[in-house]
Design a protein around this ligand. Structure first.
Ligand code: FAD
Length: 477
């Protein structure tokens, strides 16, 4: 009897346990459901673009194995029931999602299918370790990263990835499929995703290329260069990981194999520094699993009554990269143009919104949700709460990044700012991260008049810092 493989955020053929189990059991129906039901957080614009590209790539990969990808839109439970009725499928396999709405929905679906005598099985393709297996000695979830990471390191390596099934057999009777183009996932006019195409290759083969390039070209120098937004130093695997075009087990084992094979060209420290970041990913997902409201409300209760400012003008200036602080503006423009922002700059820009402008982290989280191609419920919320100080293992409230010093330290040659804020390209190096300190005549000679070509800082750093400290101290009391 036909077996349904329900694709979700696991858009790959390799290391896909649901695909392996389903294809071992019977002829396949490969199904993707676009579920935009109420209660499901709608994908942001950048995510929809990525999804469209990734589904097209999966469709091609499956077609090479003579299996069509069936696309259906609607509430997942209803679509599954229809597809079962159309095909007489007897079982359904999928890979687990650990997001709160998905857990609720999938549980209900499993119960419904079981009642109807249809086998339902879920698998793990997204995490190194199941959240319920990682606990403190007291049997509680970890709230602090370092002991969490030590615990992961004390465990046997996660299972090695499994290859894609060599042959797939498609079910004789396939259900009707909708057309990807009819889903209107991509922008038309204006086509704000034009810049994405140059940089990204969504899909499993794009993810594999990205990993190869990183392992051979950048992993060895990762510890020294990972905080430099001006260099291609990090893996840029986050959107591929988010959509499950590659899994963390594949990366984990590839990094370890590379480290050993490289004869110490890649040091054990470099490998561990990188794997630790995968550890942060894992930590965020485990946090959301244990605290399902993590994405919506402050993890620390005292922060739920924080006196955030409503500042529509400040928020808009931040969103559009017009705060007058070059490193913040460069980051926000990189985000808009490419759908991605370097981690160090995400921290600086997020800190600026939350601490310099005292705008709530939820506003920032929502903007990132809409504009990031790697927008991820767990990682986005955990990271914003980390910056805001309201999260589990968060930055201390009194740490307020100075955007000038951060810029000078992590973009030391100014190449990042010159690239993303071209109106400042000719400003002399010593003033690049603080153009307002240069004499107006000197700026004018570089083609810049503040207030005309580039904004004055929308807040004064020292005053904003004092205001933030006062507000955060009040909440802490
Ligand atoms: P690399 O440095 O090459 O790291 C490899 C992988 O490790 C990443 O792909 C990612 O999956 C994981 N990782 C790295 N840094 C972190 C981190 N600080 N926290 C959790 N996981 C990490 N990441 C997302 O995937 N989705 C988000 O929505 C997201 N929102 C963020 C919001 C803010 C305010 C901040 C400060 C960070 C956010 N991050 C998010 C984390 C991080 O910035 C990105 O994962 C990273 O920049 C991706 O680039 P990379 O693949 O080159 O990372």
């Amino acid at each position: 009897a036909p077996v349904i493989l329900w694709f979700r955020q696991d858009l790959r053929l390799e290391d896909n346990p649901a695909l392996r189990a389903a294809s071992a059991e019977g002829p396949l129906i490969a199904l993707y459901i676009l579920d935009e039901t109420k209660g499901v957080r709608p994908w942001g614009g950048a995510s929809r673009w990525w999804l469209a590209e990734s589904l097209a790539s999966l469709e091609t990969a499956l077609r090479r194995k003579a299996v069509p990808l069936i696309l259906r839109r609607g509430p997942a439970d209803k679509v599954l029931a229809e597809v079962i009725a159309e095909t007489k499928a007897r079982s359904v396999h999928w890979n687990r999602s650990y997001e709160p709405y998905a857990i609720r929905r999938d549980k209900a679906i499993k119960a419904y299918l079981t009642r109807r005598g249809i086998a339902a099985a879920s698998h793990n393709a997204a995490l190194l370790f199941e959240p319920w297996t990682v606990e403190t000695q007291a049997g509680e979830p970890f709230k602090v990263f370092t002991p969490f990471w030590r615990f992961l390191q004390s465990q046997p390596d996660p299972a090695p990835p499994s290859p894609a099934p060599r042959r797939l057999e498609k079910a004789y009777k396939q259900p009707r499929s909708e057309k990807l183009a009819d889903w209107s996932l991509k922008p038309t006019a204006p086509d704000w995703a034009a810049g994405f195409r140059k940089l990204w290759q969504p899909g499993e083969s794009g993810a594999r290329l990205r990993l190869e390039e990183f392992l051979t070209g950048h992993l060895g120098r990762y510890p020294e260069r990972r905080d430099r937004p001006d260099l291609p130093a990090t893996a840029r695997l986050s959107p591929h990981l988010h959509w499950g075009e590659i899994g963390p087990r594949q990366i984990w084992h590839a990094v370890k194999t590379m480290q050993i094979a490289s004869g110490d060209l890649v040091s054990p420290r470099a490998a561990e520094t990188f794997l630790r970041e995968l550890g942060w990913r894992e930590f965020s997902h485990h946090l959301l699993f244990h605290w399902p409201k993590l994405w919506a409300e402050a993890w620390r209760p005292e922060y739920r009554r924080f006196p955030w400012r409503g500042d529509p003008a400040g928020l808009a200036a931040w969103q559009h990269g017009r705060t007058g602080y070059p490193i913040v503006d460069a980051g926000m423009r990189e985000l808009w143009t490419t759908g991605w922002m370097h981690n160090r700059v995400r921290m600086i820009a997020a800190s600026f919104l939350v601490k310099h402008l005292l705008v709530s982290w939820q506003e920032g989280e929502a903007w990132f949700w809409d504009t990031l191609i790697d927008a991820d419920l767990a990682q986005n919320a955990a990271s914003w709460q980390w910056v805001a100080g309201s999260g589990a293992d968060a930055a201390p409230y009194f740490r307020i990044f100075n955007p000038v010093l951060q810029g000078e330290r992590f973009d030391p040659e100014g190449a990042y700012v010159r690239r993303w804020v071209p109106e400042l390209a000719r400003v002399p190096h010593e003033f690049l991260h603080k153009p307002w300190t240069a004499a107006p005549t000197l700026l004018a000679a570089s083609g810049v008049v503040l207030g005309r070509d580039y904004p004055h800082p929308i807040v004064d750093h020292a005053a904003a810092r004092a205001r933030a400290l006062a507000a955060f101290e009040r909440v802490k009391k």
